[in-house]
Design a protein around this ligand. Structure first.
Ligand code: NAD
Length: 418
C-alpha cells in the first residue's frame, strides 16, 4: 500500500521550498516571508450568457513576491482552478524569474471556468470583466499577466484593450503574450518550447544522450506541448507518443507533430491519427523512452507511478508535474529532471523581452529574440547544474537554492518596511 501524498499544489510548492531552503542559512522569519504570498485577490465575475441567463464565475490574482520587480505570471482558465493552485503557480513564478535572473517577482491569475463550454462572445465578456476586477493589482510597473492554460494571445488583447479603455490611452505593457500586430513580440508563442529545447539540448550533452533518434513522449498537446514536439522532431528526435485531455496516441515509428496538429484541428482530438494506437495518459507516462515532457497540468508524476517511468530525462514544460516524493524516487534511480522553474522559463523570458520592447517602443527581430533567449536559457541551465553539483542535490533544489538566494538577498538589501 503506497502512502497518500498531499497533492494540494500550494502544499507541494511549500515543501519544495523547505527542501531547498534547508540547505541555506536563512533565519525563520525570512523563510516565513519568502513562503507567504504578498497579495491575494478573489473576485466574482458576473457574465451575461448568450441565452440571456446570468452566471457568476470566481477569479483570482495572487502576487507571491515582488522584491525583485513587478509581479509576472499567466492567467489560467480551467474548471479545477483554486486559490491554492494560483498561490502555488505564483510562488513558482517567483523562483522561475529568479532562476533565469529576470527583474520580476512572481504572480499568477486564474478563473474557475470551463472555457470549452463558452462561446467566443461569452469568453470575451468574462475576460473583460475579470480584467476590470483585477485592475487594482495589474499594470506595467506592478504585475503583468500573460497566457497560461486555455488562454491565448486573443485573451491578452482583450485584457490590454479593457485596461486601455479605463486609462484613456493604449497601455501595451500591461500584459505580454499579445498578438504581434498589437505590441506582441516575435517568438513569444513558441518561447516556452524554444527555451525548453535549449535546456534539453544542454541536458542531452551532459548525459551523453543523442537527441537525434531519441524517443520522446509529450503529455499535453497545447501551445507548449505541441511546439516542443515540433522542435524536437526537427532536431531528429522520434516523437513516439503525445496526448491531450481526451487521451493519447502512440506509434513506435514516430509521429509527425504537424500531422497530429492538423488531425486535431480537423477532428477536435488526437486519437484516430492514421498509423497510431490510442493509449491513456497513464500508459503514456510509463512508455519506455529517452525523454519525457509533461506539458499539461500538475501532479502527473507522483509516488504512485515514479518508479514505473522509463525515461532517462524529464523536462517539465508544465508547472508542478512532479511531487517531492516522486523527485526522490527519480533522483535515486538516476533520472535527470529539468525542473519547471528552469525548463519552462523561456515563456517568461520572452514575455520580459516583450515588456522591454513595449516600454521602449522599439521592437526586435525574431533573430534577436531567439539569440537572447538561447543565452538566458543556456546560462541558467549551467548555473543550476553547477549549484546542484556543489550541494550534491537534484536540479530542482539547485534551481531553488539559486533563486531563493537571489530573492532573499533582494529582501535583505531593501530591508523590511517601515
Ligand atoms: P494550453 O491550454 O495551450 O494546452 C494545455 C494542453 O494540456 C491541452 O492540449 C490540453 O488538452 C492538455 N491537457 C489538459 N488536461 C490534460 C490531461 N489531464 N492529460 C493530458 N493533457 C491534458 O496550455 P499551455 O500554455 O500549453 O500550458 C501547458 C502547461 O505549460 C501548463 O502547466 C502551463 O502552466 C505550462 N506553461 C505554459 C507556458 C506558456 O507560455 N504557455 C509557460 C510556462 C509554463
Amino acid at each position: 500500500m503506497i502512502a497518500e501524498e498531499n497533492l494540494n499544489p500550494f502544499v507541494v510548492a511549500l515543501a519544495q521550498f523547505d527542501r531547498a531552503a534547508a540547505h541555506l542559512d536563512l533565519d525563520d522569519g525570512l523563510k516565513e516571508l519568502l513562503k507567504t504570498p504578498k497579495r491575494q485577490l478573489v473576485v466574482s465575475i458576473p457574465v451575461k450568457m448568450d441565452d440571456g441567463s446570468l452566471r457568476v464565475f470566481e477569479g483570482y490574482r495572487v502576487q507571491h513576491n515582488v522584491a525583485r520587480g513587478p509581479g509576472k505570471g499567466g492567467i489560467r482558465y480551467h474548471p479545477d482552478v483554486t486559490l491554492d493552485e494560483v498561490k502555488a503557480l505564483a510562488m513558482w513564478m517567483t523562483w522561475k524569474c529568479a532562476t533565469v535572473n529576470l527583474p520580476y517577482g512572481g504572480a499568477k491569475g486564474g478563473v474557475r471556468v470551463n472555457p470549452k463550454e463558452l462561446s467566443q462572445g461569452e469568453l470575451e465578456r468574462l475576460t473583460r470583466r475579470y480584467a476590470t476586477e483585477i485592475m487594482p493589482l495589474i499594470g506595467p510597473e506592478r504585475d503583468i499577466p500573460a497566457p497560461d492554460v486555455y488562454t491565448d494571445a486573443q485573451t491578452m488583447a482583450w485584457i490590454m484593450d479593457t485596461i486601455s479603455m479605463f486609462k484613456g490611452y493604449t497601455e501595451l505593457g500591461v500584459v505580454t503574450g499579445k498578438p504581434v500586430e498589437l505590441g506582441g513580440s516575435y517568438g513569444r508563442q513558441e518561447a516556452t518550447a524554444r527555451g525548453c529545447q535549449v535546456v534539453i539540448r544542454e541536458a542531452c550533452r551532459a548525459l551523453g544522450l543523442a537527441l537525434n533518434g531519441a524517443a520522446v513522449v509529450v503529455q499535453g498537446f497545447g501551445n507548449a506541448g505541441s511546439n516542443i514536439a515540433r522542435f524536437l522532431h526537427q532536431d531528429g528526435a522520434r516523437i513516439i507518443a503525445v496526448s491531450d485531455s481526451k487521451g493519447g496516441i502512440y506509434s513506435p515509428r514516430g509521429i509527425d507533430p504537424e500531422a497530429a496538429l492538423q488531425h486535431k484541428a480537423q477532428t477536435g482530438a488526437l486519437h484516430g491519427l492514421p498509423d497510431t494506437e490510442t493509449i491513456s495518459n497513464e500508459e503514456l507516462l510509463e512508455l519506455p523512452c529517452d525523454i519525457l515532457v509533461p506539458a499539461a497540468l500538475e501532479n502527473q508524476i507522483t509516488r504512485r507511478n515514479a518508479d514505473r517511468l522509463r525515461a532517462r530525462l524529464i523536462a517539465e514544460v508544465a508547472n508542478g508535474p512532479t511531487t517531492p516524493a516522486a523527485d526522490d524516487i527519480l533522483s535515486d534511480r538516476g533520472v535527470m529532471v529539468i525542473p519547471d522553474v528552469l525548463a519552462n522559463a523561456g515563456g517568461v523570458s520572452v514575455s520580459y523581452f516583450e515588456w522591454v520592447q513595449n516600454q521602449y517602443g522599439f521592437f526586435w527581430s525574431e533573430d534577436e529574440v531567439l539569440h537572447h533567449l538561447e543565452r538566458i536559457m543556456t546560462n541558467a541551465f549551467h548555473e543550476v547544474r553547477a549549484t546542484a553539483k556543489r550541494y550534491g542535490l537534484d536540479l530542482r533544489r539547485g534551481a531553488y537554492i539559486l533563486a531563493i538566494r537571489r530573492v532573499a538577498e533582494a529582501t535583505r538589501v531593501r530591508g523590511i518596511f517601515p
